[in-house]
Design a protein around this ligand. Sequence first.
Ligand code: SF4
Length: 94
Amino acid sequence: MNMSIEEKLGVDKYLVDENNAHIEIDNTHSDIQEKMKLVNACPAGLYKLSDDGTLSFDYAGCLECGTCRILSMGKVVSKWEFPLGTMGIEYRLG
Ligand code: SF4
């Protein structure tokens, strides 16, 4: 059975830790290109840039791939940790 990426992600299960954001961003960072790297690279589309240059981010739905950490830790990304045990994504189709 062929499934699209969206269908595969749709069967994954997330347990969001509402009290602990495992990734945080520094929105005082003013470099739009650095922000756009995150918008373009996050496979879950969790980074969004508004017209006024403000970057919004929602850690719920994170696939824990680490791409934003590699691209931007210490720049726009100010904190990157794995969610606490049993929290985060539970893959259903590998
Ligand atoms: S770890 Fe991956 S899925 Fe999660 S926010 Fe970063 S780029 Fe997106």
